[in-house]
Design a protein around this ligand. Structure first.
Ligand code: NOJ
Length: 955
């Protein structure tokens, strides 16, 4: 029934260096576990198969004890009994369902015996006895208020709760067997344990098998090794992986025995599910696994696990979206099955609907699930982000272009690239240093032969307001006379092995230790390493890149840490694996926050992430390849991150492994200009590919793509601001923008830039000269460059020769931009704006612009300008304060001063697309300032072709 899932892994260092490039590269599947090789996954799938095979004769062994149910202050609490049969005592599982504002439910199920610590660990392990209860400490922000209107009705059979907007939602909690149906609009939207696959492996002592008398060895006889236990336990479970599990060289000692949790979650009549990044597959999901891993040469269209995990899933159908967030940091597998439902089994197709059935399986931890009932995709992301935090409002430079490679080899090399970019009039904001800048991979040092003058290098960059990003990884080289490792060892700040000694493994520097960011003392120490006094040679235009934080361990099982390693508080690595990258990223962010006085917004890129990582930086999709298929996959991968609340996402432009053809590189820059995080990067063994090296016409075309990004920076920054206050995606798939247009639900190769109406379809195939773009019904779009109109309601073909980016504008929008090309975003700060207006059929349009200083936190004190633009009835353009929520300019103590500072910056040009025909010829624009003062008329010309253009000076 459920197909198996594949994963791959990074090879050891030597292979990384030599086994790459150009040729068709392939992943080493055998280095990563399949579900069959991951004991808890195999057991739960076998259990699910048993349930399915039993059909209606199956009864889930989980029941709510009716006399334990309490309904109070937004909570339903009680005890679920897991019955073991055969007269054995039942297992007690505390249940809590919290009904929160505005219509969100959180179901938590624990295990009483482990909760009380009333279990024995094997092998004398010092690990914690409880199930891991601290995911929320890392992931959730603030307190979620109980829904004040929530009401519960209890009967022996079930508890029915009404909650949500107007108390219109219902949760029907059935007691025997335990299941929960979530109802909106009188329809069941989500079902928990509807198929009876819920499973929570309770603690049990290991029972050593008694040897039968005849099997006992007689004196002098050779002792026969006991055959491996393969007996089947409850429901046909294979017990052989309960107590120990081996994969490759590694044996997992599993001191806590079997402890997995699983739940079936069905979305009735929902055919499309999206979310749960990161994977290299389409936006609409297949089965998958979440186990943050350093995957060497990951393959396309694969459900295999990648570097990060966001267990947020959306189910979508016409006019309705619902979602679940499975808050568990352990290794997790998710099986997804689409099943046709039909009231009449003979009615093939007609009247039949599709259910999506999902089966979530985690190795351990709690069952802890948030339920969102929509009804729109934006409601889900907003409610999820309200809990896990909105994306950071980044420094403005970080949404410009980043020039990276492994490696810029000397400080002179960096300066040379910088000079050449300037000389070729190619804008960029940041140049990056990969691991080779260090002295022998010792982070917080410089190689003094190749980087003798890091401050001089940063000074040159600063002259063009450009920045430097340097990499800092979590593995600390184990070498004498390296103060960083000495401090880690002497203060015991690293991750421990199962025997509670410092864990030693291999990564780029060879033998290394890993900082344990779960330890507050380690985080405090980490803070101290980034001060200017400590990290010598760094200036205030240096920012950070955190890599290898899954964590990647070259000689570890599946290229990561043994699961029985121990973190601060004696939590096993198994408990927290998927959170590890987030804790390291957070620690670097916090350290950078303390570096400058007053603090500036840090910029830290991370490879590994979990829900909540969006609060502290950007991510990228890791080590992709210079191939058309990887360019193609980057779009759904980035869209998936965007709908999962982590919009500051990008992919290596040009492809990390291999050498892209000139055409591929050019197309990749054109696509990258629409990634929220826009960075060119390349492996150490690739040929140099800075844009000026490619030669014309490619260099010219790439320069145009980069300039387009910079021209639209005001729209991008406004989109980031919206994301930072609402959680809304920055780039948005079709279904998100047009949730009722079924024809577009499968689209993941074209997307919108926030609320701008800009619709992009990057060219991702070789030799293309046109692309087909699907446009929703009743809409008009205009080509961004030629203003040619296109009517919606189907697919249109638009020209896309190499020098053209397929980019349309939906009618009815006002797009802010800056038209003067500069070296970097910082140098554009005082430039005037252009407003590009596309009028709809009524002559209306609207848009917005958010600006602040782009680097400090002064915006929190009102130092920003947030304008709403409206164009009405084809004649009047208005700019007014964007008065929603906290975004009212003028309320903070720094508002006036900022407004004064910006008083010289205005709109110099307005371009109107679909201008009224009566405007043709010459005319006058009247500019009126706030408060009614008239600044007089300005003569303008309006060209034929229904496009008006006026230069109007300051606003
Ligand atoms: C792996 C990263 O994914 C890649 O981007 C980087 O260049 C190498 N590590 C070397 O640091």
């Amino acid at each position: 029934m459920l197909s198996s899932v594949i994963r791959v892994q990074l090879l050891p260092l030597l292979l990384v260096t030599f086994a790459i490039l150009e040729s068709a590269v392939s992943v080493k599947h055998e280095n990563f576990k399949t579900c069959d090789q991951s004991g808890f996954c195999k057991r739960n799938r076998a259990f699910a198969d048993h349930v399915t095979a039993s059909g209606s004769s199956w009864a889930s062994p989980y029941t709510v004890l009716p006399n334990t149910v309490k309904i109070k202050n937004g909570f339903v609490t009680g005890t679920i009994l897991k019955s073991l049969g055969d007269g054995q005592p039942s297992i007690h599982l505390p249940l809590s369902i919290h009904f929160q504002e505005p219509g969100v439910a959180r179901i938590t199920i624990d295990e009483a015996q482990r909760q009380k610590g009333d279990i024995e660990l094997r092998h004398g392990s010092p690990a914690r006895k409880e199930r891991y209860t601290e995911v929320d400490k890392w992931v959730l922000v603030g307190q979620s208020e109980s829904d004040p209107g929530m009401k519960g009705e209890f009967s022996q059979k079930e508890t029915i709760v009404s909650y949500g907007p107007g108390n219109g939602y219902k949760a029907i909690i059935r007691h025997s067997p335990f299941s929960v149906d979530f109802v909106r609009d009188d329809q069941v939207q989500i079902k928990f344990n509807g198929n009876g696959m819920m499973n929570l492996e309770h603690w049990r002592p290991k029972v050593e098998k008694e040897k039968k008398g005849s099997e006992e060895a007689k004196e002098g006889e050779e002792i026969k090794e006991e055959p491996k236990e393969v007996s089947t336990g409850e429901h046909g479970e294979d017990e052989s992986t309960w107590w120990e599990e081996s994969f490759g060289e590694n044996t997992d000692s599993k001191p806590k025995g079997p402890e997995s949790v699983a739940m079936d979650i069905t979305f009735p009549a929902y055919e499309h599910v999206y979310g749960i990044p990161g994977h290299a597959g389409p936006l609409a999901l297949k089965e998958t696994r979440l186990y943050n891993s350093d995957v060497f040469e990951y393959e396309m269209d694969s459900p295999m696990t990648l570097y990060g995990a966001i267990p947020l899933m959306y189910a979508h159908r016409k006019q309705s979206s619902v979602g679940v967030f499975w808050m568990n940091a352990a290794e997790t597998w998710i099986d997804i099955e689409k099943q046709k439902q039909s009231s009449n089994p003979l009615s093939l197709g007609i009247g039949a609907k599709t259910d999506t059935k999902t089966h979530w399986i985690s190795e351990n931890g709690l069952i802890d699930i948030f339920v969102f009932l929509g009804p729109e995709p934006k409601d889900i992301i907003q409610q999820y982000s309200a809990r896990t935090g909105n994306t950071q409002l980044p420094q403005e430079f970080s949404i410009g272009y980043h020039q990276c490679r492994w490696n810029y080899v000397t400080d002179e090399d960096v300066k040379d690239v910088d000079n050449k970019m300037t000389r070729h009039h190619i804008p960029y904001d940041v140049i990056w240093l990969d691991i080779e800048y260090t002295d022998g991979k010792k982070y917080f040092t410089w190689d003094e032969h190749t980087f003798p003058d890091p401050l001089g290098m940063q000074k040159q960059l600063d002259a063009s307001q450009r920045k430097l990003v340097a990499i800092i990884d979590p593995h600390i080289k184990n070498e004498a006379n390296y103060p960083v490792v000495e401090a880690l060892k002497s203060q015991d700040l690293g991750i421990h092995n199962k025997d509670n000694n410092l864990y030693e493994g291999w990564c780029w520097p060879g033998s290394s230790y890993w900082i344990d960011c779960f330890n507050p003392a380690a985080r405090k120490w980490w803070d101290s390493l980034f001060t200017y006094q400590s990290f010598k040679g760094t200036a205030s235009n240096l920012f950070l890149w955190n890599d290898m934080n899954e964590p990647s361990v070259f000689n570890g099982p599946e290229t990561t840490m043994p699961k029985d390693n121990l973190h601060h508080g004696n939590w096993e690595h198994r408990d927290i694996h998927n959170l590890n990258g987030l804790t390291f990223h957070n620690a670097t962010y916090e350290a950078m926050l303390k570096r400058d006085h007053p603090a500036k917004r840090p910029f830290v890129l991370t490879r590994s992430y979990y829900s909540g990582s969006q609060r502290v930086g950007a991510m990228w999709t890791g080590d992709n390849q210079a191939s058309w298929s990887h360019l193609q996959a980057s779009i759904p991968m980035i869209l998936s991150m965007n709908i999962a609340g982590f919009p500051f996402a990008g992919a290596d432009v040009g492809g990390f492994f291999g050498n892209p053809s000139k055409e591929l590189l050019t197309r990749w820059y054109q696509a990258g200009a629409f990634y929220p995080f826009f960075r060119g990067h390349a492996h150490i063994d690739t040929r140099r590919r800075e844009p000026y090296l490619i030669g014309d016409p490619y260099t010219q075309i790439i320069t145009q793509a980069l300039r387009l990004r910079y021209q639209l920076l005001p729209a991008w920054y406004t989109a980031f601001h919206t994301a930072s206050t609402s959680g809304y995606p920055i780039v948005r798939p079709h279904y998100y923008v047009h949730p009722s247009d079924e024809a577009g639900f499968g689209l993941d190769d074209q997307f919108y830039l926030a609320d701008t109406g800009l619709l992009i379809k990057p060219v991702v195939t070789e030799g293309a000269t046109t692309v087909d773009i699907y446009l929703p019904p009743s809409s008009t779009y205009y080509d961004y460059f030629t203003f040619k109109p296109y009517t919606g309601g189907g697919t249109v073909t638009i020209p896309a020769p190499l020098d053209t980016i397929p980019l349309l504008m939906q009618a009815g929008h006002i797009i802010p931009r800056k038209d003067r090309p500069r070296r970097s975003s910082g140098l554009m700060r005082w430039d005037p704006y252009t407003l590009l207006i596309t009028l709809d059929e009524h002559g209306n349009a609207e848009g917005e612009l958010y600006i602040d200083d782009g680097e400090s936190f002064d915006y929190r004190d009102g130092a920003f300008i947030h304008r709403r633009f409206t164009f009405s009835a084809g004649r009047e353009l208005r700019s007014s304060n964007f008065a929603s929520g906290i975004d009212v300019q003028g309320s903070g103590k720094k508002a006036k001063e900022y407004a004064k500072r910006m008083s010289g910056v205005g709109v110099e040009k307005v371009i109107i697309v679909n201008a009224p025909r009566t405007w043709e010829g010459r005319g006058t624009v009247v500019v009126q300032e706030e408060g009614g003062r008239r600044r007089g008329g300005q003569r303008c010309s309006f060209s034929a072709g229904r496009r008006g253009e006026a230069r109007i000076g300051r606003w």
